[in-house]
Write a new protein. Structure first.
Length: 347
């Protein structure tokens, strides 16, 4: 059997390479072997959310999977022909639900499949998008290119106990559309969402107040704000600043941590949002990391203004080229760059 051979230590050498590789494998029906997984990290090899992603895709697609255990440095995945329509999995502890969805959503949608997925794990945990960012920003942006999914959180999961409960319904993508967003347009209004669980009510309020102060000082209007106390097994908090429009999709989230003042959490998210706005980019850097490699599967070229080409994005685009034969270009502009995705045979 011929495998697509992927070096898991390339570029930034993180789990993003594995998630992108197995998603492309499932979408294209091609066997993949990934070795040297997270080789440069302090604790190399697979972590819990990586194992969960692999097992979910293997179950959904009826695939053959080897090496999928915590600490493993190499895996192979051979997608099959089966398509499950419903699956539930308790990942244990606070393994990131949103990182699992990064791979599962496009893999399911772009194989014209439908899946109702129930996961128990971490909804708002370090080194991954918060639930609100994924639901509010990723979901809406993906919809513009034809990838549709909905999600709801019955309970939030913070580090270290997790216990968050999320149900996601992924719809078949009938047509993946190219994306052409090269101008950020006017300075947008912003919406704020601040949440906390098992913490005093003032924590979410202080996060929100600090974020609002930074944003309004920059000359951006806060159009709406939302405060809520959520059910959770561990104490935790999060904040999201976001703007969605026909030509601009920007989000910036922040996560509370023990010993970290709520004001610092709010200011950090707001400052990152303001920086993205002032760059003139059409989508934020985290969204670009997730979305742009997928656009290599569209029938025509895409051009998208992003704040910068991160190591995550470069690794993702190189991997997309390995699977699809696409080419990509970078045009430096004042404050941002325009990334062009040119699918093989798609213009």
């Amino acid at each position: 059997m011929e495998y697509v051979e992927v070096d898991g230590s390339q570029g930034e050498g993180g789990g993003q390479i594995l998630r992108t590789a197995v998603a492309f494998s499932a979408i294209q029906g091609r066997a993949v072997r990934v070795d040297r997984i997270r080789a440069g990290r302090d604790v190399p090899g697979l972590k819990r959310q990586h194992v969960s992603t692999l097992r979910i895709l293997a179950q959904v697609f009826g695939g053959e999977l080897t090496g999928a255990r915590e600490g493993s440095s190499a895996v192979t995945f051979v997608p099959g022909d089966r398509r499950l329509q419903s699956l539930s999995l308790d990942m244990g502890t606070a393994a990131s639900i949103t990182l699992v969805l990064q791979a599962v959503v496009p893999a399911v949608a772009l194989t014209h499949s439908r899946l109702r997925l129930s996961l128990v794990g971490g909804t708002d945990v370090p080194w991954s998008p918060t639930f609100d960012y994924f639901e509010r920003v990723v979901q809406e942006t993906y919809k513009t290119v034809g990838i549709k999914f909905s999600m709801s959180a019955e309970r939030r999961g913070y580090y270290p106990r997790g216990g968050g409960r999320v149900t996601t319904t992924i719809e078949p993508c009938t047509s993946l559309s190219p994306l052409n967003l090269i101008s950020g347009g006017a300075v947008p209004d912003v919406s704020l969402v601040s949440r906390s669980g098992k913490l005093p009510e003032h924590v979410a309020e202080r996060q929100l107040s600090a974020a609002r102060a930074v944003i309004e000082k920059s000359g951006i209007r806060v159009a709406s704000s939302e405060l809520s106390e959520v059910e959770s097994d561990s104490p935790g908090s999060s904040i999201l600043a976001y703007h969605l429009a026909a030509a601009r999709f920007l989000g910036s989230d922040g996560l509370g941590a023990k010993g970290k003042p709520a004001e610092e959490v709010g200011r950090g998210a707001a400052e990152r949002f303001v920086t993205a706005v002032k760059s003139g980019a059409a989508i934020d850097a985290n969204l670009a990391d997730m979305l742009l490699p997928i656009l290599s599967l569209a029938p025509g070229p895409s051009s998208v203004a992003v704040p910068s080409v991160t190591s995550h994005l470069q690794s993702g685009l190189e991997l997309a080229g390995q699977f699809t034969g696409c080419k990509w270009t970078v045009e430096e502009r004042e404050g941002n760059v325009v990334v062009g995705i040119h699918p093989k045979g798609g213009g």
